[in-house]
Design a protein around this ligand. Structure first.
Ligand code: SF4
Length: 64
C-alpha cells in the first residue's frame, strides 16, 4: 500500500464509512474506483455514501 504524507490530513475529511484500507489514501481510492467505473464515496451525500453503491447511476440518483 502507498505511503502518503497527507494520509492523516485526508482522514480528517474522508466521509467514507466502508471499512477499507484505502481510506486517507485518496490517489489509491480514486484509482481503485476509476478502474471499476465507479466514483469514490466522498462525492456522495451522507445517505448516498451509506448505500456503499459507488456506481455512476447511484451518484446521479443521489445528487439530483
Ligand atoms: S471510497 Fe472506496 S476506496 Fe475509497 S475509502 Fe471508501 S471504500 Fe475505500
Amino acid at each position: 500500500m502507498t505511503q502518503c504524507p497527507n494520509k492523516e490530513r485526508n482522514l480528517e475529511f474522508c466521509t467514507c464509512t466502508y471499512d477499507c484500507n484505502r481510506r486517507g489514501l485518496c490517489c489509491d481510492c480514486v484509482a481503485y474506483h476509476r478502474d471499476k467505473g465507479e466514483i469514490p464515496g466522498c462525492f456522495f451525500t451522507k445517505s448516498g455514501e451509506a448505500s456503499w453503491d459507488r456506481s455512476p447511476r447511484k451518484f446521479c440518483q443521489d445528487r439530483v
